[in-house]
Design a protein around this ligand. Structure first.
Ligand SMILES: Nc1nc2c(ncn2[C@@H]2O[C@H](COP(=O)(O)OP(=O)(O)OP(=O)(O)O)[C@@H](O)[C@H]2O)c(=O)[nH]1
Ligand SMILES: [Mg+2]
Length: 386
């Protein structure tokens, strides 16, 4: 059922794609430096493939040089790519991992423009980003660079923050959290799924012979919390990223050319629609987040009740347990039904709002213009927004 709704959104995005395709194929255009008609059409074709794509999504590990990107990827993927205290990775490396494609990029700020360029390409194009920082962030250029990147690439919704090398200082995690928050204000830090780890300790745990050492270093490395957060991040963002990536790319592509004739109204109309799609996606995402939070709350409430009852078991303990499980099931069913209902309401709003846009003065103006111009009819043929 959810799949079906996503299909509707995919079809709408496809309509926007068709708009663009006709616009580009049938018009006189001015291109930005480095672009021409063939290039734009071929990129557009790539975007079309993305709309319904089920290819593995790409996760780029980015951040300062020497922050431990390759070390972390090696641990995750059980590889042995070279790491070093000098700038080490110079070309991006692709690694297939659990249905994802991980990209190891060269670090930023090593003073090599080719490294920075290579990485910036992934900052733009990877589906999801994992930004690796170190506590060093706060006494170097790294903090400013991180801040600038957040601003320039506008990938807030697709970025996870990992602070590595916490073994280097003896701080409590909340100190790092507060410092990080001050760099990214006013965005709440938790939007970025922050985790704080030591890849070095994780390696020591892997290589330790002694079980006690293994456990000690594993705990100190905080790698388990990283894995847990990474899982949540991927689950939550994956579906959304599959939908927003083609939209973001269409938008970026629209910045590479301009029409020689006056299409301001059409552009305004398309922007209105794009914005409205992305708002719907955000709401959908919030619904899922809330559902997940509620689910966790139900689980912890029920297990809490049972846990407390163990100290002082009620007389009919079996019955008590049955009741607990029944009410847990009931609550769960209700939460699920609420979610489905909310999604249906959202989709209804989506249709209504779409209709309002279609019936607006702006829309009327655009369609009148199309109807009265043979050239425009040709362009928008077959792709009037349904
Ligand atoms: N103290 C400490 N050192 C680490 C940690 N993780 C990695 N290192 C070391 O930091 C150095 C850089 O690690 P890399 O994994 O090569 O870092 P990178 O981000 O891939 O570096 P580039 O490829 O140059 O961008 C190596 O000497 C690692 O052994 C950590 O958690 N703590
Ligand atoms: Mg590296």
């Amino acid at each position: 059922m959810l799949d079906l709704k996503i299909k509707i959104i995919q079809n709408k995005i496809n309509t926007v794609y068709k708009y663009f395709k006709n616009l580009i194929e049938k018009n006189q255009l001015n291109f930005r430096v480095g672009y021409n008609k063939e290039k734009v059409l071929s990129e557009l074709n790539n975007i079309k493939n993305l709309i319904y794509n089920s290819n593995p999504i790409t996760i780029a590990f980015v951040g300062e040089f020497n922050a431990g990107k390759t070390t972390i990827i090696n641990i995750l993927t059980d590889n042995n790519f070279p790491v070093s205290a000098k700038p080490e990775t110079s070309k991006s490396i692709k690694i297939e991992w659990n249905n994802y494609t991980i990209i190891d990029t060269p670090g930023l700020g090593a003073g090599n423009p080719n490294h920075d360029k290579e990485t910036e390409q992934w900052l733009e194009s990877a589906d999801l980003l994992i930004y690796i920082l170190t506590p060093d962030l706060f006494n170097s250029y790294a903090g400013k660079r991180f801040h600038d990147i957040l601003k320039k690439y506008n990938r807030n919704q697709e970025l996870m923050l990992v602070m590595n090398m916490i073994d280097q200082e003896d701080n409590e995690i909340h100190i790092y959290e507060e410092e990080l928050q001050s760099v990214i204000d006013p965005i709440p830090l938790n939007d970025y799924y922050p985790t704080f780890i030591s890849a070095k300790y994780m390696l020591e745990s892997i290589n330790a012979d002694d079980t006690e050492d293994k456990e000690y270093y594993r705990e100190e490395s905080r790698f388990d919390s990283f894995l847990q957060t990474l899982n949540a991040f991927l689950l939550n963002k994956e579906q959304k990223s599959r939908l927003t990536t083609p939209l973001t790319k269409l938008y970026a592509l629209s910045q590479t050319f301009e029409l020689k004739s006056d299409f301001n109204k059409e552009v305004e109309f398309l922007n209105l629609k794009t914005q409205f799609f992305s708002e719907t996606l955000n709401t959908l995402n919030t619904l899922f987040n809330d559902f997940e939070d509620n689910l966790k709350a139900e689980i912890s409430a029920t297990s809490g009740e049972i846990y407390l009852s163990l100290d002082n078991p009620p007389e009919k303990f079996k019955e008590f347990l049955e009741n607990e499980f029944n009410s847990f099931n009931e609550n769960l069913t209700k939460r699920r039904d609420d979610l489905i209902e909310n999604i249906n309401l959202l989709m209804q709003d989506f249709e209504n709002e779409n209709l309002t846009i279609e019936k607006s003065d702006l829309s009327k103006e655009v369609y009148d213009k199309i109807n009265n111009s043979e050239q425009l009819k040709d362009i928008f043929e077959n792709c009037s927004a349904q």
